[in-house]
Design a protein around this ligand. Structure first.
Ligand code: AGP
Length: 608
């Protein structure tokens, strides 16, 4: 997820306003930044690894008359953060320059084709192929709009584009699966990933749909479908404040990121599926699937809870003995790693000191694989290989979309290993893959139908000082994660526990002052969960239940019920955590806490 902006204007200050707009898009990515400004007949490009403010410093003295320019702030997905990999990217002659947000899935084949025609590439990115495709088609005599139409119809994957060419003071654009919005001003027009980028200069906007492209001049707007058909889209007026706009209208980044999970899971899963066979494609492993006879997962916090779910996946689907350890504990142990161990380090940031320390220790006796959300981060550079989640930048300290994309990736890994090792058949793999591909729409459906109910439950729970979260089997780690979410942003003490452990101690805590959240979605151990609920109910404990399907007996025992769509048992951990994230969010918001920056916490714990 990157931030892009384009401005075409008769009012000047193009460079300054592009930089200002990029600063309001940094929540979309911030590992490198760049601008391209069209002067008389040349395009000036400045791009570097680092933050927008650093680029602003570097460009202080660079002021020249211009009517059109573009800018980009990057969240690396292909090609580590570096100067050459920063956007904007240009064609061979520097006459076409563009900024891209999204993932071009067929870029390798396009790159080979263009190399064969003599094009020279300067970066490892997928985005650069777009500039050379445009160069190829304009070189064959097509006018720029026709060249753009031909180009976008060859691209597979997602893209939002703002494009300059050195021959005209115009801004070209195109959109497929990545957001792009136009801003219509007086004597100037804008295109950007999101409204905040140009909101100070206009609030008249056109939200582009997939398959739309076009051209902006200071006084003109032309919009076309990818087929070439010209269309007319009337603008709407935005009433958000700038602060609201940065969160796309959500009150906090956490709520926005909770709602991004359906897309984040799709962005993480889709590129790894061979659609012909509904099979999982993983080529990065540093050890052959049939060689692995033990897996060690090391992580901290929410990522550790993802590892606990991963244990179930890897043992039950891939048949590999898997242990999960807190990184902060493992690193000071004298570990016994069997031969042919694969260590998996799970980390959103890739900068967690304890996980880096544990990884260094584990690498002394095993091959290593990182599961990480930040390209080029420390853990990805120290591990032998990396599988990336594509959740986009996670701004809120409380981790949400990183967690569900970690679970999705761990499930894909287990399916791949299980098939390669003959533990599951290709048909069994394909069946779970198709259910995983359908999960995002079930998540959206649940959010639409249950969020208000969940908000009420979150507000009720905010009145307690303690809470218990109980789950069994695959949902035991979800009980831990649900409890962590509540305590880290509402400051209410919450404990996650295996439901079966109740009678071994915690049941002594039960009375009407202690609410218990039960994860009671369909599973082979649901009867056991129900008997735990009866134990609590008989001691006047208050119960909130997550249920799926028809469970009259469980509803009877519950003071509050949250309904989760019916999914495959292996997918419940991914969907069940989402209502628990929202319970914590609404409790903390009702208490008036700084949800995105809770006290005492940092987004990335880079110290021990
Ligand atoms: C989760 O909500 C917390 N922010 C924290 O537990 C976090 O998961 C932990 O610090 C690990 O961070 P990482 O995934 O970036 O390594």
């Amino acid at each position: 997820m990157c931030g892009i902006i384009g401005i075409v204007s008769d009012k000047g200050n193009i460079k300054g306003r592009i930089i200002e707009g990029l600063k309001r898009l940094e929540y979309r990515g911030y590992d490198s930044a760049g601008v391209a400004i069209k002067t008389d007949s040349k395009i000036f490009v400045h791009k570097k690894k680092g933050k927008v403010y650093q680029m602003e410093e570097e460009l202080k003295g660079a002021n020249f008359p211009s009517r059109v320019g573009i800018g980009h702030t990057r969240w690396a997905t292909h090609g580590e953060p570096s100067d050459p990999n920063s956007h904007p990217h240009s064609d061979c002659r520097g006459e076409i320059t563009l900024a891209h947000n999204g993932i071009i899935e067929n870029y390798q084949e396009l790159k080979e084709e263009l190399r064969g025609k003599g094009h020279r590439f300067r970066s490892q990115t997928d985005s650069e192929v777009i500039a050379h495709l445009l160069e190829e088609y304009t070189g064959e005599g097509a006018n720029f709009l026709d060249a753009l139409k031909r180009t976008v119809n060859r691209l597979e994957g997602s893209f939002a584009l703002v494009i300059l060419n050195s021959k005209e003071d115009a801004l070209y654009f195109a959109r497929k699966d990545s957001p792009l919005v136009l801003g219509l001003g007086e004597g100037e027009n804008f295109a950007a990933s999101d409204v905040p980028a140009f909101l100070p200069w206009t609030n008249r906007v056109i939200f582009l749909e997939n398959g739309e492209m076009g051209k902006l001049t200071p006084s003109g707007v032309e919009i076309y479908k990818f087929s070439g058909e010209k269309i007319d889209k009337p603008p709407t007026t935005i009433t958000w404040s700038l602060a609201q706009a940065e969160k796309s209208g959500y009150k906090h980044f956490m709520l926005k990121e909770i709602h991004e999970q359906a897309k984040a899971i799709g962005d993480t899963v889709n590129p790894r599926i061979n659609r012909d066979r509904n099979s999982v494609v993983i080529e990065e492993l540093p050890i052959s699937p049939t060689e692995i006879n033990h897996i060690l997962i090391i992580a901290c916090g929410t990522s550790y809870h993802a590892g606990l779910v991963g244990k179930f996946y890897l043992e039950e689907i891939a048949g590999i003995k898997t242990e999960v350890d807190y990184a902060s504990e493992f690193r000071y142990r004298k570990p016994v790693l069997p031969p042919s161990t694969l260590t998996i380090a799970v980390s959103q940031s890739g900068e967690t000191a304890d996980t880096i320390g544990a990884l260094r220790k584990a690498r002394q006796g095993s091959k290593s694989l990182a599961i990480c959300n930040v390209l080029g981060s420390s853990i990805t550079r120290e591990a032998d290989a990396t599988l990336y989640t594509h959740a986009g930048p996670e701004i809120s300290v409380a981790s949400t979309k990183a967690f569900t994309t970690q679970l999705s990736l761990l499930l894909l890994l287990a399916l791949y290993l299980g098939r390669e090792r003959g533990i599951i058949t290709p048909e069994q793999e394909a069946d779970l893959v198709s259910k995983l591909l359908a999960l995002p729409s079930k998540i959206e459906q649940m959010l639409r139908s249950q969020e208000e109910k969940i908000r009420q439950i979150g507000i009720e729970i905010s009145s307690y000082r303690n809470a218990l979260y109980l789950g069994r089997h695959l949902n035991y780690p979800i009980a831990l994660e649900g409890a962590l979410k509540l305590k880290e942003i509402s400051y209410i003490h919450a404990e996650g526990y295996p439901a079966g452990e109740m009678k071994h101690g915690p049941i002594a805590l039960i009375d009407e002052s202690l609410p218990t959240v039960f994860i009671a979605t369909e599973s082979k151990v649901l009867d056991k969960v129900r008997s735990n609920m009866e134990e609590i109910k008989s001691r006047r404990g208050r119960i909130v239940s997550l249920i799926s399907g028809k469970q009259p007996a469980i509803e009877e025992l519950s003071d509050g019920v949250i309904r989760v769509p019916q999914v495959d048992e292996y997918l419940y951990p991914i969907i069940n955590i989402i209502p628990l994230q929202l319970v914590a969010y609404y409790a903390a918001d009702f208490l008036g806490h700084d949800v995105d920056q809770p006290r005492n916490l940092a987004k990335s714990v880079t110290v021990e």
